[in-house]
Design a protein around this ligand. Sequence first.
Ligand code: BGC
Length: 476
Amino acid sequence: MSVRGTDGDGGSGTGRTGIYLLAVGLVIMLAGLLFGYDQGVISGALGGIQKSFSVGTLLLEVITSWVTLGAMAGALVAGGLADRIGRRLTIVAAALLFVAGALVESFAPGAYVLVAGRLLVGFGVGVASVAAPLYASEMAPTRLRGRMVSLYQLAITIGIFVAYFADYLLINGDRWRVMLGVSAIPGVLLVVAVVPLPDSPRWYVKAGRHDAARATLVKVEPGVNIDREMADIEETNRKESAGSWPEVFAARWRRPLVIGVSLAVLQQLTGINAVIYYADKIFAAAGFSSPAGQSLATLFAIGLVNVVATFIAVAYVDRFGRKPLLLIGSVGMGVSLVVVGAMFEVLGSSSHPAGSGTSASGVVTLIALVVFIASFAFSLGPVVWTIINEIYPSHMRGKGVAVATAANWFAAWLVSQFFLSLVGLISEAGTFWLFAGFCAVTYIFVSRAVPETKGMSLEEVEELWTGPGAVPRPPS
Ligand code: BGC
């Protein structure tokens, strides 16, 4: 079994290989931008939408959250589609759906058409959130695989930052149509970027197109032993014919399934999107009285820190490994959430009146949130997606990634839908401590159940579950 990717590029191929890898990087970046922009933009658009259509709270919530439901459906469909028509065409379809949805949103004459546009956009984002990282992880040489998928996360964070910035610039007046409409641009660019590229070698082999697989391997990794690489891929594909849905849930693949779905869900249950969506509100409660102050704190303390800390993961995920980053990150997140909760207790019990300026506990809350976002951004944010895209065996990777991604969207929907009710029920402090509890669960789960996959080829990862050296199952 070969470990793909020596550092050699094979001389003459270097330049073209660089261009291919750049193009694959561009595809993953654009897909992430779509995802992130969509996550971040709605908070700033809601006010204008409410004024234009005078909608009630329920419809407003639907307009906000149905993107996540659309994305969940998209993620489920994407797996089968990516296995059937290929990763590349699936990305094209996702981008076209996204562009159509963004235009429907932007020109919506009424609230219900807007909801239809939101669903369509969500569906496109969901399909892309499965197909693009899958494509990148199958195209990248082993030594770059973790970094490619981390690039996706980096792009998500840049998308969120750009959306916060657009919200900040366009907040006055009825400019929500522009906020939502501009997201069609990265969608069009994604189509333009992916159309000239080949599909992944693994998908070509699955589809019986061996010449195309060889040609692609030569292009993306000229230094590699093509025959051995093809034999590896073919052997993996021969072992199983087609990965049916029952196969995805079969007992022998339970470990990768449990690891992927648990990490996807835990990533959300640690409260990341509650902070992303409700940052302004949290800062308001912490004593940042003016909307401009809140939105600046959100833009920089959340948006920018998220981008910057993600760079750490992009640089180190293949050097430090997945587990150390996840473990350190969940400790940082848990501790900072405990502090945020404690500060809300202090704020709640003090007589600090709203609007009287930022208190000491408000500043501590800000610092703790920066630590929280930074800890997420170099660990659970990118590394969870890296692991999800490498732990499933190739014959069912598309469907496996789809299940985990859909679980991630579902958990994101749960948290964003019920965060405010939870605060009403058990207070801010209780809610943040609950999220902290899930950080502890994540720490324990990662240290006991997740194997280190740094530096392994996808075939070697598969052997973890089935090969002679299979990692023993933890006692059930
Ligand atoms: C999560 C998103 C989250 C983003 C924040 C991603 O890894 O899946 O739900 O909004 O990180 O940067």
